[in-house]
Design a protein around this ligand. Sequence first.
Ligand code: VG1
Ligand code: CO
Length: 544
Amino acid sequence: MAFMTVQTAPFDDQKPGTSGLRKKVKTFQQAHYLENFVQSTFDALGDCHGQTLVVGGDGRFYNQTAIQIILKMAAASGFRHVWVGQNGILSTPAASCVIRRYQAFGGIILSASHNPAGEHGDFGIKFNMANGGPAPESITGAIFKNSLSISEYQISDSDDINLSETGTQNLDGMTVEVIDAVADYADLMAELFDFAAIHKLLTRGDFRMRFDAMHAVTGPYAIEILEKRLGAPEGTVINGIPLPDFGEGHPDPNLTYAEELVEEMFSADAPDFGAASDGDGDRNMILGNNVFVTPSDSLAILAANADLVPAYRGGLKGVARSMPTSQAVDRVAAKLNIEAHETPTGWKFFGNLLDADRATLCGEESFGTGSNHIREKDGLWAVLFWLNILAARDLPVVDIVEHHWQEYGRNYYTRHDYEAIPTEQAQTLMQHLEHQLADLPGSQFDGRKVQYADNFSYRDPVDNSVADKQGIRIGFEGGDRIIYRLSGTGTEGATLRVYIESYQADQNKQHLDTQQALADLIELAESLAMIRDLTGRTAPTVIT
Ligand code: VG1
Ligand code: CO
């Protein structure tokens, strides 16, 4: 066995997006493509000699092939020790948990999250730091820079590692530890939540729940935690077997893609509680009997009820939400008298706030919620948090939501996505909006006065780094907002996301259909951006 130096040439498209590098599987299958990115990553980290690395992925097509390559490259770059999930599996939150537990130097997570999988689907790779969180922009920028000038990489020519059994193996002097993918994560959940109370709720006979793992990575985690440790009846978890093509589904837990669960939860004989997770296990959707909880409301409700959960009983240090996420949680923070932070989209921006203990709970409108227990958003964690609240309060989901609105008011909220728009059209649309920003403040639309209009810029309060051009915001007096940004996770053309929010304090007006309640703002969002004229689209592809 020996280390080899392989000559290569740069690819010009390896700039990490909102959450790592995502491309079609076919792109990753090109000779040297993955290797270039991995070498560029190791080089951006500095000296890797003697260090410990964590490797795992969401189990999609190409996962195991990529892991074998990464292990051989890690050995050639001097890593001493690698922890890898059995069969190459680690959900994103479990990877973050393992990095922290074993005090690793960092981890490589292979996932394209909710993007479709399979040979013709997407693949992805990202690096997480020693704190367990996604690499900050300073590192992703360095990776991209390296990828543009790379001329060679190092790799071992040794045989593949057997990933199917736990235990220790040797790869050219590097120790590979194949670990149970679920155990450490499940133990951490048991430390955070009142498992005894949740066990009682799930076994008392009159409470039914359903969890849809959507044939993605969360199945084994949900079965172990909900059915084995917490006593929920077998069959509580549906679509629990991870498949390399996610059963040809689209494991994005929302009202459009989680059809099977949504149908059951909105039926006459619906369970009391329903939840789903995404491809890599970091997203969550929360449903009650005939009710859907928006992710923004869910974050606010978790914050308002945090004292019911053992891990957060001491109080929250602060909360953080991505800029397009509704402002519902800000009202809870104001009442609790704690800091509320507004960050750009993407979990990497929460890392410093969590490390500095300035935020305890974080969330995004895109079905992501998490806390300082790890440094990623965490789907099952959110589900367990809700179960803990339901066990403690003994109320239906709908009552918990409505009581929350009564106390804090309701932030009507929707996101309209226009997928796969030709990139040039999307850029023209954003420029057209940008040109209007200077003139908008003070303008009136249907009795709404524009208070501010800008392209969001964020200065991290911990390290003072600045992230510019993070989305166009049009804010009205009273708190209503329209936000536009282009997705940084797609692999085909551009995806325009339009986020619309309106606050309603009047209890008599809190029970409207969301799209109806927001109809005039939706129309205004369309006309300001001229979506129809500039893209030819008459309706969004997906509404959440
Ligand atoms: C989307 C979401 C963002 C999330 C990101 C990664 O990014 O909007 O909130 O952090 O996906 O989530 P974008 O740039 O497409 O809007 V996941 O579950 O893909 O790791
Ligand atoms: Co995800």
